[in-house]
Design a protein around this ligand. Structure first.
Ligand code: ADP
Ligand code: MG
Length: 592
């Protein structure tokens, strides 16, 4: 069999390709493999992950597959079926185009590929471990390609150690998954982590895909955007201004069905909303640009997702006008005047001002979901066994970087409520309760997603009596409660019989937390984008978070600080309240 499809990339092109590493973490592998599946016209893509991808990442597709020769060649550096000249680099609309992903992945993992084209009777299997060809053999298999990447960085222990906790690495995988799932609603996707199904998305419309990913509440918050010009066409959805929120994280731009980041266009969108937004809130948006690929400068750095439009100003103006028009068309804002000044001075989403975390110390080997940890009570959250061993300097916004490597003792507790940390630009003041609230909330989400919550059977089931509203509320949330580790019976007389609870819960009053669910539910309902899970997690995390007034020892302070800055949003608690602020040095100088 002769390869018809794959060509070797000429050196001239290879040299144009920015150097860099394709594989930084398990999520990069997921991204590259899934993009390849999409390029291979797969209609169904299944992703199986073990231990956040550290042990296994397996992507199963039903795409066009590869011939025996191509299967072997796919692992050669600069082997690609997608490019044959330098010009192609700028006209490419498929995801991958460097011909180095598989080669790079196979150089740092044990890779096994099984593939078959429709027209071939038998398929082929290729095993490559750390760039070393192990074997190739024929076998009977389904049409399409299955690539299993095992023991990532097995041959580079330093990089393996550098990986973050499973929770964090898995969150990166989910981020990549969501981006690609949003780019291709016509493809069905399955994501399974450690045997539990995280997402199972059927092929559908874009709007339904968004709903499947983010919950049905979001659909009523979205407005259609649609415009077609000679330069670019824009389709998608933007959130109603009143549904904008502080901790909004549903902001996506795509070009020719590829996710990209573009801080300037983010600002253009915010500007188009103008004063329809409450201060410091951002709307959701899912905006899809299509244009001739030759008008886009694809940054060919292996991991960057940034691109440049040839006529960035024109694109920005079209985008701004479209968003304004959409908001106007729906009578949210009648008679909007086109405003040519771009509000680059908006206080939010301004990269210069964006808060980035100070240096973070993380124990890369710490895995909160390991069985041995399961018995750890949450009230003992600050146990010495958690002492962070390893430090990692994360390069961050200059003004915020912590002055020097922190030693435990460095963090002062003030009035048993505030943690004080010196940072380059001044003094950081952290509210301990809100900080812990954020940390626990994210840990709960992770545990929930992973379905890894240890449970405990109550010897005497606890019985709570409910009114109709409460009964319906719990009924709606029952699946979430079960996944959180509660086993609950609901009787016709509107009684809740709680038979099993999550083990971390055993020392907290059940009645109180259920009361909190009900008490806070109306308040949370006002948050337009709180997910139904948030109705449980926010009160749950809040009620077990360390209270103000509790003395924390050195290790506890250090650990809380470290954990806070390992969360996705260290600045705000899940209920939107500020966690920390920085008193600038010049405020002190003024006093003297
Ligand atoms: P690139 O995607 O940049 O071309 P990769 O190293 O990711 O480079 O893949 C090399 C080649 O292997 C691709 O060009 C494609 O021909 C083939 N290939 C990789 N994954 C798949 C897949 N899932 N199905 C079919 N062909 C694939
Ligand atoms: Mg590729």
């Amino acid at each position: 069999m002769i390869s018809q499809v794959i060509r070797l990339l000429p050196d001239s092109v290879a040299n144009q390709i920015a150097a860099g590493e394709v594989v930084q973490r398990p999520a990069s592998v997921v991204k590259e493999l899934v993009e390849n599946s999409i390029d291979a016209f797969a209609k169904s893509i299944k992703i199986y992950v073990k231990d956040a991808g550290k042990t296994l990442i397996q992507v199963v597709d039903d795409g066009i597959g590869m011939s025996e020769v191509d299967a072997r060649m796919a692992f050669e550096r600069h082997a690609t079926s997608k490019i044959s000249s330098a010009d192609d680099l700028f006209a490419i609309s498929t995801f991958g185009f460097r011909g180095e992903a598989l080669a790079s992945i196979a150089s740092v993992a044990q890779v096994e590929m099984i593939t078959r084209r429709e027209e071939d009777e038998v398929g082929t299997r290729v095993d490559i471990h750390g760039s070393k060809f192990i074997k190739q053999e024929s076998l009977v298999c389904a049409k399409g390609t299955t690539i299993s990447v095992k023991n990532l960085f097995f041959n580079i222990p330093a990089r393996r150690r550098f990986l973050k906790s499973d929770a964090i690495e898995f969150r990166h995988i989910v981020d990549e998954f969501i981006r690609v799932a949003l780019s291709h609603p016509e493809v069905s996707f399955l994501l399974v982590h450690n045997q539990s199904e995280v997402y199972n998305l059927t092929a559908t419309t874009l709007k339904q895909r968004i709903v499947h990913l983010f919950g049905k509440n979001i659909s009523t918050d979205l407005l259609d955007v649609s415009v077609d010009t000679s330069i670019v066409s824009i389709q998608g959805f933007i959130g109603k201004p009143e549904s904008a929120k502080k901790k909004n994280n549903y902001q996506f731009l795509f070009v020719n069905n590829r996710y990209f980041r573009h801080p300037f266009l983010y600002r253009v969108i915010l500007n188009a909303y103008g004063n329809l937004l409450l201060p410091e809130t951002t709307p959701s948006y899912f905006i899809y640009f299509s244009c001739d690929p030759k008008f886009i400068d694809v940054n060919i750095h292996p991991t960057k997702t940034e691109i440049k439009f040839e006529d960035e100003r024109a694109v920005a103006q079209i985008l701004e006008a479209t968003v304004r028009q959409t908001l106007g068309n729906t009578n949210i804002l009648p008679n909007i005047e086109f405003n040519n000044e771009s509000a680059i001075t908006l206080p939010f989403n301004d990269e210069k001002k964006m808060i980035k975390p100070p240096s973070i110390k993380i124990n890369p080997d710490y895995n909160p979901f390991e069985p041995k940890q399961k018995t750890v009570q949450w009230k003992n959250f600050f146990e010495p066994e958690h002492i962070v061993e390893k430090r990692e300097q994360v390069q961050i916004a200059e003004s915020l970087s912590v002055e020097s490597e922190k030693q435990a003792n460095d963090i002062i507790q003030l009035h048993q409520r505030f943690l004080l940390v010196t940072v380059k630009s001044g003094l950081m003041v952290i509210d301990q309760h809100r900080a812990h609230f954020r940390v626990l909330y994210e840990m709960l989400i992770n545990k929930y997603e992973l379905g890894s919550i240890a449970t405990e059977r109550l010897i005497f089931p606890e019985i709570l009596e409910l009114d109709q509203k409460q009964f319906l509320f719990i009924k709606d949330l029952l699946p979430h409660l079960q996944r959180l580790g509660f086993a609950i019976q609901m009787t016709d007389e509107k009684k809740l019989i709680i038979e099993e609870i999550p083990s971390f819960w055993s020392d907290y009053q059940l009645a109180t937390v259920f009361e909190n669910f009900f008490n806070q539910y109306e308040e949370l309902e006002k948050l337009p984008d709180a997910s139904s899970l948030d109705f449980l997690l926010i009160p749950l995390a809040k009620s077990i978070a360390v209270k103000n007034g509790k003395p924390l020892n050195e290790e506890e302070r250090q650990r809380l600080f470290d954990e806070l800055f390992a969360t996705s949003n260290p600045q705000y608690a899940p209920d939107g309240k500020l966690i920390f602020y920085i008193i600038p040095v010049n405020e002190f100088e003024k006093k003297f």
